[in-house]
Design a protein around this ligand. Structure first.
Ligand SMILES: NC(=O)C1=CN([C@@H]2O[C@H](COP(=O)(O)OP(=O)(O)OC[C@H]3O[C@@H](n4cnc5c(N)ncnc54)[C@H](O)[C@@H]3O)[C@@H](O)[C@H]2O)C=CC1
Ligand SMILES: O=C([O-])CC(=O)C(=O)O
Length: 270
């Protein structure tokens, strides 16, 4: 890797555009060199005030210009982005980390190519403590997610089971199961559950409840871990982005903090 890490972002939506703006303002040791987008004209307009405009490239060409590839795109193109990054030995930072759960062979492949996969804490909290607890005995890990109904609308699990969330007037449990099935049924909604599963005891043992709650304005996640070393109870209440009500504003900031952690001399938190 070069002294300054070159960064590429796939997708300039709620997460990607905020991250691109922050990198353009200047982060020591990091340089945004390229982006891959769906609509190049829209991307040029969004980046017109950037000090140093990145190249707009196809996903497959991104690894030539970038040490680190951040995926901030719809889950449907996760595999294409992951494959491009991993085959080229890049550092791959996925936002749509729920898509990793059924594709753990990508981790094996990364071992062969020298790539690294760094899952950011994203819209969640406390993964350092969960990882520490999981070095010892863990009895149970649960996450309860509450979202305003519009933040869940259209999820495949709701559509398949004919569950209407718009118009409900009381908190409604719409899913209870493990993180593997949660990520499959709600690919745009519970990446947090997938990250928790990977930090802790895996997707089969990580239990998830998803509530459509007309009483909340924030995407709210509560984690509970019962472990030999500690009992953890943590809640985060995320302000939704204007661009995408499913996505909390903290997600892009978390990825920025994660990238800083890759280059900083002083790194706080494991
Ligand atoms: N890990 C976490 O904690 C979180 C993960 N996410 C996930 O992150 C991903 C991105 O989220 P948002 O930024 O909110 O989504 P968004 O919908 O606001 O942005 C996605 C962007 O990708 C672009 N795009 C679509 N097809 C593309 C293609 N073929 N090539 C390049 N760009 C393409 C779209 O035009 C859009 O600008 C989603 O999968 C979301 O579920 C979201 C919130 C938290
Ligand atoms: O889990 C996700 O993908 C998004 C989320 O709940 C949030 O932004 O709070």
């Amino acid at each position: 890797m070069s002294e300054t890490y070159t960064v590429g972002i796939v997708g300039l939506g709620a997460i990607g555009l905020e991250l691109a703006r922050a990198l353009d303002k200047g982060v020591p040791g990091l340089k945004l060199t390229a982006v891959a987008v769906r609509d190049a004209e829209k991307a040029r307009a969004a980046m017109k005030d950037f000090k140093d405009r990145p190249l707009i490239l196809d996903i497959a060409k991104l690894p030539r210009e970038c040490d680190i590839i951040v995926e901030a795109a719809p889950s449907a193109i996760f595999e294409e982005v992951a494959t491009a990054a991993i085959e080229s030995g890049c550092v791959f930072v996925p936002s749509s980390c729920g898509q990793l759960l059924p594709r753990m062979h990508l981790v094996e492949r990364a071992k062969e190519t020298g790539a690294r996969i760094i899952v950011p804490t994203g819209a969640l909290l406390g993964l350092d403590a969960v990882r520490a607890a999981a070095e010892g005995e863990v009895e149970s890990v649960t996450i309860q997610t509450r979202k305003p109904p519009r933040g869940l609308e259209g999820a495949p699990y709701l559509v398949q089971n004919n569950i209407q969330v718009l118009g409900i007037n009381e908190p409604t449990l719409v899913f209870k199961g493990n993180a593997f099935d949660a990520a499959k049924g709600f690919p745009a909604n519970v990446n947090v559950a997938a990250a928790l599963a990977m930090a802790g005891v895996g997707p089969e043992r990580t239990m998830v409840e998803i509530w459509a709650d007309p009483g909340v304005t924030r995407n709210t996640h509560t984690i509970k871990v019962e472990a030999a070393a500690a009992r953890l109870t943590m809640t985060i209440e995320n302000v939704p982005t204007e661009a995408n009500p499913r996505t909390g504003k903290i997600t892009g900031l978390s990825i920025l903090a994660c990238l800083r952690g890759l280059v900083s001399t002083l790194k706080v938190g494991s």
